[in-house]
Design a protein around this ligand. Structure first.
Ligand code: B12
Length: 151
């Protein structure tokens, strides 16, 4: 091997061309089937607790869900990390977790009150998800609105 070809071989090795020629494509960040490290990504959300009936002052909190995690996980995390946020839910046979109370204020059949789930997304006006806290998957910077209201 000549000095020139040895030098060329060395250049190829350090330049990373062999890696580029291998078929290991790096998963794009938007790839839903990405590698496991995606699982630890944090999706930040805020939670606004608002009461349209007894007009308790609004409260806003910050928390996060993991990559493609459900809102319930974020609410649990918030409850564990923040003294003044609490919630309870009941388990519905068909639809899963039903948000029963927030910060000690329960919804009830007698007075026809409940905690409505609304979301202020960065893209759309406020939406009313057609699933509950156990199924809704927040997007980054969603403002989750838990609104005490009547039906
Ligand atoms: C009435 C009703 C309500 C009432 C129930 C109060 C009451 N005591 O009647 C109120 C207004 C409280 C309500 C709220 C919500 N609802 Co609703 N509701 C219905 C509706 C129209 C009828 C249910 C019913 O009476 N069935 C007959 C009775 C005899 O059966 P049941 O098993 O006892 O019914 C109970 C459950 O359905 C439960 N329930 C009602 N809604 C929801 C939602 C969730 C997520 C859970 C876990 C349980 C639950 O309350 C009923 C009474 O106890 C259904 C649609 C339909 N046509 O079925 C939607 C429906 C069940 N609701 C739905 C949703 C999404 C919600 C909300 C999440 C909306 C929101 N974004 O805020 C909230 C729940 C928020 C929370 N606190 O967790 C979805 C559930 C879909 C899903 N796969 O999760 C449905 C199917 C409507 C839809 N969008 O297609 N709801």
């Amino acid at each position: 091997m000549t000095t020139l070809s040895t030098a060329l071989l060395l250049l190829l090795l350090v330049s990373g061309i062999p890696a580029a020629m291998s078929h290991k494509a790096e998963a794009k960040p938007s790839d839903p089937c990405g590698p496991p490290w995606k699982d630890s990504d944090k999706t930040p959300i805020s939670v606004l607790v608002t009461d349209s009936i007894t007009h308790t002052p609004n409260k806003t909190y910050s928390t996060y869900v993991v990559y493609r995690g459900i809102l319930l996980g974020g609410l649990r995390r918030l409850q564990d990390s923040t003294k003044d946020f609490t919630f309870t839910y009941t388990e519905d046979t068909n639809y899963g977790p039903f948000l029963q109370s927030v910060n000690g204020l329960p919804g009830g059949k007698q007075n026809r009150t409940y905690w409505e789930l609304l979301v202020n997304t960065t893209k759309n006006p406020i939406i009313r998800p057609d699933v509950g806290i156990g199924c809704y998957i927040p997007n980054a910077n969603d403002q989750i609105i838990l609104k005490y209201t009547k039906y």
